[in-house]
Design a protein around this ligand. Structure first.
Ligand SMILES: N[C@@H](CCC(=O)N[C@@H](CS)C(=O)NCC(=O)O)C(=O)O
Length: 207
């Protein structure tokens, strides 16, 4: 399998999954900042020019973090990442994808939406406020558990990557959410997480 990533981007999630599941893979880095997402080769893989993209041995090309994570989970059923009742898994993954992941575009790229620094700052403030009840929601899901569904799985990996953006990218604290702090520390004690971080030349955010 070949996974196209940009270090630290959402593609880190399937990268971690490949390590956690111990699946053979090659990583190809796409430097989006240098326009490598817009080359004809990459657009043929994903017409919106984004990472991640997974190419499988049997010739499938899969885009979308959630789809790739679920595909990888199905490749290794013995890991137990797909519970008998899939609804809580889909609910949490969909929440991370739509309510959390996509809230970061205005935080990272506000200047692509508004042209004045004041408007960009206001947009950022609004999105940070919008995220607060959403962090509370995932914190409540975690409760006293180690992972979102009790046992480790793809929703945890996806949530972990988005939380690294909050801490490393936006430089915000998680101190208001002790469950999330413990979750991040737990994730950063995992071998697969550390292996993918190292491959992408990244340090743990809770260190
Ligand atoms: N819905 C997509 C979003 C992918 C996405 O936003 N990828 C970002 C990196 S985190 C990207 O490649 N952005 C480049 C671009 O949109 O031009 C998914 O879940 O995979």
């Amino acid at each position: 399998m070949k996974l196209y990533v940009m270090p630290g981007a959402c593609s880190l999630a399937p990268h971690i999954a490949l390590h956690e599941l111990e699946l053979d893979h090659d990583i190809v880095t796409i430097n989006l900042r240098k326009g490598e997402g817009q080359t004809p080769e990459h657009l043929a893989r994903n017409p919106v020019g984004a990472v991640p993209v997974l190419e499988t041995e049997d010739g499938r090309t899969i885009t979308e973090v959630m789809a790739i994570l679920l595909y990888l989970a199905q490749r290794k059923p013995e890991a137990g990442w797909i519970p008998a009742d899939v609804i809580p898994l889909y609910e949490r993954m969909s929440f991370v994808a739509t309510e959390l992941h996509k809230s970061f575009f205005p935080l990272f790229f506000g200047e692509r939406i508004h042209s004045t620094p004041e408007a960009v700052a206001e947009l950022g403030k609004a999105y940070k406020e919008r995220l607060a009840p959403r962090w509370a929601r995932v914190s409540e899901w975690l409760g006293g558990q180690d992972y979102l569904l009790g046992t480790f799985g793809p929703a945890d990996i996806y949530l972990y990557v988005i939380l690294t953006w909050w801490v490393r990218g936006i430089k915000e604290s998680l101190d208001a959410y002790p469950n999330l702090v413990f979750f991040m520390k737990r994730m950063e004690a995992r071998r697969g997480v550390l292996a993918a971080l190292e491959h992408e030349n990244l340090k743990p955010v809770m260190a």
